[in-house]
Design a protein around this ligand. Structure first.
Ligand code: PRP
Ligand code: ADE
Length: 181
């Protein structure tokens, strides 16, 4: 939990049964509408990473871009998009991962960063952890050093953050929601 964790959590909306029955969707749009909250969110990440010599922020398509771009700007480092399959025009490397139903794939340009660069991966939310873990594996395979995986929201009851840690990557979440809140 970050310094502003409780406040950030208070401006995230839960939409029950969306996009399907039984899912509590954690909607960050009220947070983005609130300029003071959005500033505190970006500041939470800046505060944590400003002394960590990050070479690039790798942000996950699409909601990860929202926080990844201002963070890279503030840290004075590169911004690297990790995109869903078929969106990047140059040479790519890819990693397939399992969704609740079926499979998905994330891609990275092969020249996105230099070997050994210190990479921070950001996304808005960790649920099963499949997306973040695929991005972390992709960056590791490409020769990047994953300093940490960072998210606005963790859903620990779904086991994703534990799974990412078990795979050997650090996880930082600004706030978390249990299933019943
Ligand atoms: O931990 P997981 O179970 O992998 O789920 C988390 C991912 O799911 C959401 O993305 P989504 O694929 O809905 O895409 P979007 O950002 O384009 O809305 C979210 O933004 C994370 O990237
Ligand atoms: N419960 C949830 N809320 C928002 N985004 C999600 N992505 C995967 N699960 C989610």
């Amino acid at each position: 939990m970050s310094i502003y964790g409780d406040y950030i959590k208070s401006v995230i909306r839960t939409v029950p049964d969306w996009p399907q029955p039984g899912v509590n969707f954690r909607d960050i749009t009220p947070l983005l509408q609130n300029s003071a909250a959005f500033r505190k969110l970006v500041d939470s990440f800046v505060h944590r990473y400003q002394e960590m010599e990050i070479d690039a922020v790798a942000a996950i398509d699409a909601r990860g871009f929202i926080v990844g771009a201002p963070l890279a700007y503030e840290l004075g480092c590169s911004f690297v998009p990790v995109r869903k399959k078929g969106k990047l025009p140059f040479r790519t490397i890819s990693e397939t991962y399992t969704l609740e139903y079926g499979e998905a794939e994330v891609e990275l340009h092969s020249d996105a960063f230099k070997q050994g660069d210190r990479i921070l991966i950001v996304d808005d939310l960790i649920a099963t952890g499949g997306t973040m873990l695929a991005a972390a594996k992709l960056i590791t395979r490409s020769g990047g050093q994953v300093v940490e995986t960072a998210t606005i929201v963790d859903l620990p009851d779904l086991g994703g953050s534990a799974r990412i840690r078990e795979a050997g990557f650090n996880v930082f979440a600004v706030c978390s929601f249990t299933e019943d809140e």
